[in-house]
Design a protein around this ligand. Structure first.
Ligand SMILES: Nc1ncnc2c1ncn2[C@@H]1O[C@H](COP(=O)(O)OP(=O)(O)OP(=O)(O)O)[C@@H](O)[C@H]1O
Ligand SMILES: [Mg+2]
Length: 770
């Protein structure tokens, strides 16, 4: 048996070896679904399937990269290189580069990111003279996204009385107009937004049978990870591509479907067997990721959902520690708790920063946590914030580059036409836009032919001259692009436009960091050029680079190996795993979110989200909630989340805040801070909320371990002793150093080598005194 097959359990191996025909793997978190998919690809290739014929769709580009690396270890790098692996968006952008001209788009179409899309939407709403408070740009974009993901084109919208009535009832009767104008504007700019990448792929596959046949023939083996979160549009693409060979393998977990709000349709997974009656189905039940405590608590949670496929998830991993639930007094206190606990665990267990993740429900929660981590000098990284490529200065330079390959890209043009300032004001731009619209031309077409149209725009000679200079400059870059690589051109653009000078002249810390970002962008362009040349992929094209940029998420940033604590929303953490996971903010109206408390379906999605969060943890999950929290600029009272109540108490370990004052000064009776263990909450005797918000409960005795984290023999340890450590096992103390309160011991462990441990955290037991 090939060695890699021996790294799978029986069911996993069967799923990997079922190479032909439709296959579905539905299984709980951490049971090896992604592993099955990865090994399956390696196995296909080992069985002679050409890598060009394999398509694997993943949830993030990072996941695709990691899978590719693993596969490369089995089949070799040169083979793995040709695999088509990536997100739906990046794979179909690649296909559309070739096929989009069939739909009237240029092959070098621009991909509009969320920022661009929002800016287009704002213009549309202004142009149609609609009230921004009723037609909120973000909401309108969401609505249009829904249409697109359900393949409802503008025409289909106007033919659908139900939709029209729904929008009228929502007091937005002009929704169809907005949709039409938005689509036209993007189309005229030669641009697609993210949803278009799926919608247009569907369109090209449906309207052009020869195109469909071509890709059906190419992608003979198709695999989809996280299938529970595919939307209708993605479902149809996969179905169409797979319909000839039906070698389709999907893996997923209905209990982890968390993108319904973005149109994901859990029915895709439930309907698989109906679509493919011959499908082989595999259920993986053994969890390899987490401790028993975590797996069992997570099972408790998900059992509360009515809509779910039955699964028995178990693990043969250690029982593990009980799950601490910290009751904070404020969000600041909660953040401080997280930072100190990270510090303690790191010291005690010799972990790295990147062994820790903090997963929150909303981005707003990160601020307090960041501050606490900074105070303790713990490096962290926020995922899913604004991506590097969307920072203003970076996007400014990128917009110039975008214009070079697609001059009709109106968002890019408007962004740079007067940046850095060159005296082309708002009125000028308005006049030009009106003229271009009247002539049914793009802005660039007018600018390109200024000598012809200039006099008719109503602009004066001086202004026309400035416009002329601008366009001449852009054209000179275009000429340069024919003979120079994209890095050289970008450098030239940064210099010639005055962008570098503008940033250099700003010597505030922000200015310096902006300049560094530009430097970083240039570096990445240089890296891109070199990489492409090495791969021998012909002339590295700017279009390819820009496509990567448009589809890059914050997950894809360079320094992913850096040793930092990861901060991100639960949504982003899907598919990931970390040794220690903090889940703060477990309060009613926050997690579950207030937005999702209205129906059982919504609440069940929140519960799945909590299930996802909890199941990211390998060794320990640490939960917390606060009794008060700053939200919307006010301090509000908070109640513990119902999810806390839904787990059996035997998996949990309730903790109270450490008092600020020494016990004897608190004026409280010795009884309260005595040595008795903390009483656990008895289930059902009283509602948890009352118990947890009851003030005397705040003052319940603290557990010994909290007052004194290293409750073992640390005062008494001496050189030459033989000691035992939870993780490192048996070892001999070589020396001791440091202040009385911070004594460090150098210990030589039998199996783990030499370590320096801070005694107060190390929890050592003395085995013998020699
Ligand atoms: N047979 C196995 N032997 C050892 N380790 C395994 C085995 N199967 C899976 N694992 C490990 O268990 C962890 C979870 O696996 P994986 O990420 O593939 O699970 P998953 O089902 O995709 O989880 P999720 O639902 O969170 O996406 C990984 O670290 C993986 O390497
Ligand atoms: Mg997975």
């Amino acid at each position: 048996m090939s060695t890699y097959l021996s790294e799978l359990n029986d069911v996993q191996r069967q799923a990997v070896e079922a190479l032909e025909g439709p296959v579905m793997v539905i299984a709980g978190a951490g049971s090896g679904k992604t592993r099955v998919l990865t090994y399956r690809i390696a196995h296909l290739m080992n069985n002679g399937v050409d890598s060009f014929n394999i398509l694997a769709l993943t949830f993030t580009n990072k996941a695709a990269r990691e899978m590719k690396e693993r596969i490369a270890k089995v089949v070799g790098h040169s083979e793995a290189k040709n695999l088509w692996m990536g997100t739906f968006h990046s794979i179909f952008a690649r296909i559309l580069r070739v096929e989009a001209p069939l739909l009237g788009y240029p092959s070098n179409f621009t991909i509009y990111d969320q920022q661009d899309a929002l800016s287009v939407m704002r213009k549309v709403i202004t142009d149609l003279q609609l009230d921004k408070d009723i037609y909120k740009p973000k909401q309108m974009l969401n609505r249009i996204s829904q249409f697109k993901n359900n393949l409802i084109t503008v025409r289909a919208y106007f033919n659908n009385p139900e939709l029209i009535e729904a929008d009228e009832a929502a007091m937005k009767p002009k929704t169809g107009e907005v949709y039409r104008a938005y689509v036209e504007r993007c189309y005229k700019s030669g641009a697609m937004d993210f949803d278009d990448l799926l919608l247009r792929t569907n369109e090209v596959l449906t309207r052009f049978p020869e195109v469909l046949a071509k890709y059906q023939d190419r992608f003979r083996y198709i695999m989809v990870d996280e299938y529970q979160d595919t939307n209708h549009s993605q479902y149809l693409i996969v179905k169409a591509l797979a319909s000839r060979f039906e070698n389709l393998c999907v893996v997923g977990d209905d209990a982890q479907s968390i993108y319904a709000f973005r149109g994901a349709n859990i029915r895709n997974i439930l309907g698989f067997q109906k679509d493919y009656p011959d499908a082989k189905s595999f259920a993986l039940e053994q969890n390899y990721r987490s401790t028993q405590n975590i797996v069992n608590a997570a099972n408790d949670i998900i059992a509360k959902n009515k809509d779910q496929l039955k699964k028995d998830v178990w693990t043969s991993n250690d029982e593990g520690k009980t799950i601490p639930v910290y009751r904070a007094l404020t969000d600041i206190d909660e953040a401080r708790f997280i930072a100190s606990r990270i510090f303690e665990i790191k010291m005690r267990d010799q972990l790295n920063n990147n062994d820790f993740a903090v997963l929150y429900r909303t981005n707003a929660q990160s601020r307090a946590i960041e501050e606490a981590l900074r105070k303790k000098n713990i490096p962290y990284r926020i995922f899913g914030g604004i991506s590097f490529y969307q920072r203003k200065e970076v996007k400014d330079l990128i917009s110039y580059l975008r214009l070079l390959i697609n001059t009709n890209d109106e968002e890019a043009l408007l962004r740079v036409i007067n940046y850095p300032k060159r005296g082309i004001g708002l009125t000028t731009i308005q006049k030009l836009t009106v003229f271009a619209d009247e002539q049914k031309m793009t802005l660039y077409e007018v600018l390109e032919n200024l000598s012809l149209y200039g006099p008719r725009t109503g602009l004066n000679g001086g202004t026309l001259n400035k416009l002329h200079n601008f366009i001449t400059m852009l054209q000179s870059f275009q000429v340069k692009l024919k003979t120079h690589d994209v890095f050289e051109v970008a450098l030239e653009v940064a210099k010639q436009t005055g962008l570098l000078k503008e940033l250099r002249d700003d010597d505030t810390p922000e200015g310096i960091s902006r300049l560094e970002n530009i430097q970083e962008l240039l570096n990445s362009l240089q890296g891109f050029v070199e990489e492409q040349q090495q791969l021998d992929e012909g002339n590295p094209s700017l279009a390819n680079f820009l496509e990567d940029v448009a589809l890059a998420t914050d997950m894809d940033n360079e320094d992913e190996d850096a040793d930092k604590v990861a901060l991100m929303t639960v949504h982003l953490a899907k598919g990931l795993e970390f040794p220690i996971v903090f889940i703060p903010g477990l309060e009613e109206n926050l997690f579950p979110s207030m937005m999702n408390l209205n129906t059982r379906l919504e609440l069940e999605e929140e519960r799945r989200l909590f299930y996802v969060a909890l199941t990211r943890a390998e060794k320990q999950a640490i939960l917390s909630y606060s009794v008060s929290r700053q939200r919307w600029g006010k301090i509000i009272d908070a109640e513990p989340s119902r999810f806390l109540e839904e787990m059996d108490d035997k998996y949990l370990d309730w903790e109270n805040p450490t008092p600020m004052l020494p016990v004897n000064n608190s004026g409280l009776s010795g009884d309260l801070f005595g040595d008795k263990p903390v009483p656990r909450f008895k289930k059902k005797s009283q509602p948890i909320k009352k118990k947890l918000t009851n003030t005397t409960q705040t003052l319940r005795p603290l557990k010994q371990a909290q007052v004194n984290p290293g409750d073992a023999d640390h005062q008494t340890i001496e050189e030459g002793y033989t000691v035992v450590h939870d993780r490192f096992g048996k070892g001999k103390v070589l020396s001791l150093e440091g202040e009385p309160d911070n004594v460090k011991a150098k210990i030589l462990f039998d199996n783990s080598g030499e370590k320096k441990l801070l005694l107060k955290f190390a929890k050592l037991r003395v085995l013998s005194k020699n």
